[in-house]
Write a new protein. Sequence first.
Length: 210
Amino acid sequence: MTPGVKDIAQTMRDTFVKTGETAALVEYLKVVPSKAIARELTIFRKVLRAGTPEEQTDVVDAIAYSDHPRVRRALINLLENTTAPLEVRDRAAEMLHLQSGRATAEACVRALKDPAPSIRFWAAYSLGQIGYWRGELRQAAAAALQEVVDDKAIAPGWWSVGREAQAMIVGLQDIAGERERLQETIRTIQNDPNASTEDKKWAECYAAGG
């Protein structure tokens, strides 16, 4: 960053921060380059302390695209903070799919035991979406998901934790024939007039070509 651009960035930061308003802090974090986000986590924490749940969710989105150890830790801490609004913890669990590393995997595995179905759902999602995991972490994620395939609890607006885990395992294990067996299950649900609304939504989401 050239000196002139750096001065402009600092002036912008001062303008937003001096207001002390959480809405302004949220807007500032939205325009910070991802490479600089890790240096602005003090602002992130200010919004978590004083912002509305919507503002808190917005700043989770704002920092999550920076794959950095400090950002990762901030999201994990939020996920595991049971006093935070559930919808904010949900978003932290969901956005962890953008964060690589063992700490992310271990946090999501722990979250599969959370009392809230939505937390377990998004933890399963994140474990399955981090496709660049290899070796031991990939196997550990698949094993943890296997333990919750019978979890019938529904994440509001989605489907059961177990259904999400079922779909995620297939991508992690990459076992011959498993993808087709998943599609067979999906077709069975699609053709079953008595299938639940949630199962129908799951089948639509994960159907091949859907």
